[in-house]
Design a protein around this ligand. Structure first.
Ligand SMILES: [Ca+2]
Ligand SMILES: [Ca+2]
Length: 574
């Protein structure tokens, strides 16, 4: 028995160690060398203990090439989990698992811990984009644990460089974007144990301006259709990799100038053969469609009246027509999926949009809040200049604003001349006058300006700023900063309950998601609440404090929850 296998056995409590060909030569379709296999029993390693981190690091090198038998003591080894990029529309990771063989396959190139200690990885399950399939925030067949927290149902935890983008999951792969040591990065983690399967770095010519604590040059969640993963960075453009990290195409773009200089927030989505991207900026805004296979532009529709939005576009099957719906700068618009033609618009919605439209039951729902309306009036220019103009020249330069307020306030420089004058306030006032903070329900079938014809109802209380609302089991849910939750009847807009406290204060960036009768809601300061769906008020089933900020929306996949905090990627399950 090789000494490293022995070590693995002793440390894991595992029982089996055997020789097996390891090191798969993909080019020749053959195995190269002979090595060993380690299996682990359920009593394996406490993955939350510090010692297990040390153990993992050690083992990563030692059983780096470990593979396993298909089944039976002398059967041949399975191919490694290469997930070849093929024309077959069936997702590679979703192909039927061959029992033990499939379980073993995830061992290739790394640790064997989670597979055996905690059961099989949910191969076919996915959470393929921001807020999961169709951006709905739902996983119909998922049964994630009710109690998740630093000490509850932890499968594994790995450190990841800070960025607010959310996990995108397909089978045993978890895709993330991040900003790592000055470089943009796309990475693939293994769902079995969290280890990095591959990472690909990009050095853009320049970085987009971004909020230093709440923004990042890697804020966009990747999207996958099961064979390719598409990532977007405002500083770079779109890039597409196969499941092994091989670049398929790139679509470079000029560095984005985001609204408020907060940094890009939107995520790409994949609809059929198209990658759809909200490219709203301070100027030259557009909605862009790129061919998923080739990376060639399919269409691009200018959005001259949009000056920077953060929401992800949504697909709406509107009265028989596939549309892409996007909100920004006080307008909600529907575009034909086939060629990007604008089909309808609703005027007078929220000014600065961070949320994503939601579709259900043939209807479209949109809710967002931004400052500048009655419930949050802007500070008048006279007060602003009095507060910040330190040298008394009647102008506020960025340097005159306290460092810790600078990133929040610099978006008020509407004409982008690098300083604050009354002209900026006039421009803000104009924008605010067009906008209204609303939740609206949109009826299908409209063309042209449907502001007065196709809005079924409006609602104005306790609207969400960053988190997208959720439609779940015949109800709308949304969460406002301060931990105020509401639930409405989607047919009428009548509340089942309104702005009820869920007991966790602070701002909310992550969008609520739901499965198995429960809603998972994470606060920016790092507390996760699990709420029972339905009822006449939110019933809190569980709350956990991660002690690390949460901006990313959790991914619900099969029996698991994947959660990214400011410091770690966590997997929970039973
Ligand atoms: Ca001044
Ligand atoms: Ca200015």
């Amino acid at each position: 028995m090789p000494p490293d296998a022995d070590l693995a056995n002793r440390q894991s409590g595992g029982t089996t160690s055997r020789l097996c060909p390891a090191g798969y030569d993909a080019a020749r379709g053959k195995w190269r060398t002979t090595k060993f296999v380690v299996t682990f029993s359920r009593s394996a390693v406490n993955l939350t203990a510090p010692s297990s981190t040390e153990y993992s690091t050690k083992m990563r090198g030692q059983i780096d090439r470990a593979t396993a038998p298909a089944s039976g003591r002398h059967s041949p080894c399975p191919p490694p989990d290469l997930a070849p990029f093929v024309a077959d529309p069936g997702p590679a990771s979703a192909r039927p698992a061959t029992g033990t063989a499939r379980k073993f396959a995830v061992l290739f190139g790394g640790l064997a811990i989670a597979t055996f200690a905690f059961g099989a990885v949910p191969h076919a399950a996915s959470w393929p984009q921001f807020r999961g399939a169709l951006g709905a925030g739902l996983a119909a067949d998922a049964h994630p644990p009710e109690k998740i927290g630093p000490n509850d149902n932890v499968l594994w935890r790995v450190a990841v460089p800070w960025s607010p983008s959310s996990p995108c999951v397909w089978g045993d792969r978890i895709f993330l974007t991040t900003f790592n040591e000055g470089k943009l990065e796309v990475r693939c983690h293994d769902a079995a144990d969290g280890r990095v399967r591959w990472s690909r770095q990009l050095e853009p010519p320049g970085l987009e301006e971004h909020h230093r604590s709440d923004g990042s040059p890697a804020a966009s969640t990747p999207a996958t259709e099961g064979r390719r993963v598409v990532s977007y960075f405002g500083s770079f453009g779109l890039i597409c990799h196969d499941f092994d990290g091989k670049e398929i195409w790139r679509y470079p773009m000029p560095v984005a100038e985001s609204g408020g200089k907060f940094g890009t927030g939107t995520s790409p989505i994949i609809v059929g053969r198209l990658v759809i991207l909200n490219r709203d900026q301070y100027q030259y805004s557009s909605l862009l469609a790129v061919d998923l296979a080739t990376g060639q532009k399919a269409w691009e529709t200018p959005r001259p009246d949009a000056s920077g939005s953060f929401g992800t576009p949504a697909l709406w099957h509107n009265d028989g027509v596939d549309e892409i719906v996007l909100a920004g700068s006080a307008r909600l618009k529907g575009y034909a999926l086939t060629d990007g033609t604008e089909r309808w618009a609703i005027d007078g919605i929220t000014g600065v949009v961070c949320t994503t439209p939601v579709t259900a039951g043939g209807m479209l729902y949109f809710a967002a809040w931004s400052p500048g309306q009655a419930d949050s009036p802007r500070q008048p220019w006279a007060e602003f200049v009095k507060r910040w103009d330190k040298n008394g020249d009647g102008i506020v330069d960025l340097a005159e604003i306290d460092e810790n307020r600078r990133d929040y306030l610099r978006g008020m420089d509407r004409n982008r001349d690098g300083r604050f004058t009354e002209e900026d306030w006039e421009l803000l006032k104009k924008g605010d006058a067009r906008a209204d903070n609303l939740l609206i329900a949109v009826k299908p079938g409209g063309r042209g300006d449907i502001s007065d014809t196709h809005v079924a109802w409006k609602y104005r209380r306790a609207l969400p700023y960053v988190p997208t609302p959720l439609y779940y089991e015949g109800r709308l849910y949304f969460v406002r900063d301060g931990g105020l939750m509401s639930s409405l009847d989607p047919k009428t807009g009548e509340p089942f309950y309104a702005q009820e406290r869920i007991g966790v204060n602070g701002n909310y960036y992550a969008s609520p998601v739901a499965a198995d009768g429960r809603i998972y809601v994470a606060s920016l300061p790092g507390k996760l609440s699990v709420i029972k769906a339905g009822g006449s008020k939110p019933q809190v089933l569980h709350t956990a404090d991660f002690g690390s900020r949460i901006l990313a929306t959790p991914a619900l996949v099969g029996p698991r929850v994947y959660l990214r905090t400011a410091t770690d990627l966590w997997a929970f399950g039973k």
